[in-house]
Design a protein. Structure first.
Length: 195
């Protein structure tokens, strides 16, 4: 299954990074039975020109002279290692996975946080994200458009694009399904080569 939501999220991540001077960007889409994953990566090199420790704000200057402020959240360890004048490579990674399978039970939506921090003593960085699991009813299946319309616990409907024809055959109006949406953004700071 590959939906426009999956691709849009990956492209949005790359667009955010494009505010910086010519970041190196890449978007990959992989598919397996009933699941699609889009991963976007943007990488750029910049120089730290200012650090506001109390607010954990770092001002980065790109090669074309643009200065961008980023707030480094408390989940990123080792903030104190950063110094004005350091040249760093910043990599933003965002992955979005959508899957769809038959489910049972009451209509529901559950969300859980995903996080991972850099080890003590390592360079600052970390991953944050969320996984949302929704049990919803199939209210329509459009085989020519390759879409399934789901109605969730709050009465909202959403159309999901299902490119796998075999997966689409297994879903019919009246089915109860479980959809899992996962997104994560990872930021890592590494010393740039040739300081």
């Amino acid at each position: 299954m590959k939906g426009t939501t999956v691709l849009a999220a990956a492209v949005m991540m790359v667009a955010t990074a494009s505010a910086w001077a010519q970041p190196e960007t890449r978007v990959d889409v992989t598919q397996s039975a009933g699941q699609a994953t889009a991963t976007g990566t943007a990488k750029m090199t910049a120089k730290i020109v200012k650090i506001d420790a109390p607010t954990r704000t770092v001002s980065l200057k790109s090669g074309d002279g643009k200065v961008v402020d980023i707030v480094v959240g408390p989940e990123a360890r080792n903030f104190e290692q950063l110094k004005v004048g350091d040249t760093v490579t910043i990599e933003y990674r965002e992955a979005l996975t959508m899957s769809l399978k038959k489910g049972s039970g009451p209509l529901a939506m559950n969300e859980r946080e995903i996080s991972d921090r850099a080890a003590p003593g390592a360079k600052p960085g970390g991953t944050v994200g969320r996984e949302v699991t929704v049990t919803a009813d199939v209210v329509a299946v459009n085989t020519s458009a390759k879409t399934v319309t789901l109605k969730g616990p709050k009465g909202r409907t959403v159309d999901l694009v299902v490119d796998d024809p075999e997966r689409l055959k297994g879903i019919k109006k009246g089915d109860r399904v479980e959809a899992v949406y996962t997104e994560a953004i990872a930021v890592s700071v590494q010393p740039a080569t040739g300081k």
